[in-house]
Design a protein around this ligand. Structure first.
Ligand code: ZN
Length: 139
């Protein structure tokens, strides 16, 4: 049996990093979203209704391309005799940048030879995440 992989050890690839954005989903009625209340004598204090958050917020997780490439340090393949819904074949990689052995495992479809491919993937996935977030929180 010959298992073909898209990448091999020591190949340089771009990968995905997560970045978070704090999104305000409701605005505090008392402070109008600033998180602060202005005092009559000047200055301000933290809003006592939202505790400075400005309202209710949720974290939106997005992808961004790694700034640099990393070399692959381990390639792993899991190939079933019969694939099914719960038994999907997968080829995974570990990168020097995110740790070999105990580091992050990267799916083959989430590694890219070119930065442009990685950016395009991030843009598409981020747009999908925004749609889901908007649907969930009605923004
Ligand atoms: Zn407030």
């Amino acid at each position: 049996m010959v298992i073909e992989t898209k990448f091999g050890n020591e190949d340089s690839v771009y990968y995905l990093n997560s970045k978070s954005e704090l999104k305000l989903i409701t605005v505090c009625e008392k402070c109008g979203g600033s998180g602060e209340l202005e005092l009559l004598n000047g200055g301000s204090v933290q809003c006592n209704r939202c505790h400075g958050r400005g309202g209710e917020s949720r974290v939106l997780w997005l992808n961004e391309p790694s700034k640099n490439t990393s070399k692959i340090g381990r390639v792993g393949a899991l190939i079933y005799g019969k694939e099914s819904k719960n038994r999907k074949n997968k080829i995974e990689y570990m990168l020097y940048a995110t740790g070999i052995g105990t580091g992050r495992v990267h799916n083959e479809s989430l590694l890219f030879k070119e930065l442009k491919e990685c950016e395009e993937y991030c843009n598409i996935e981020n747009a999908k995440s925004l749609i889901v977030f908007d649907r969930e929180y009605g923004l």
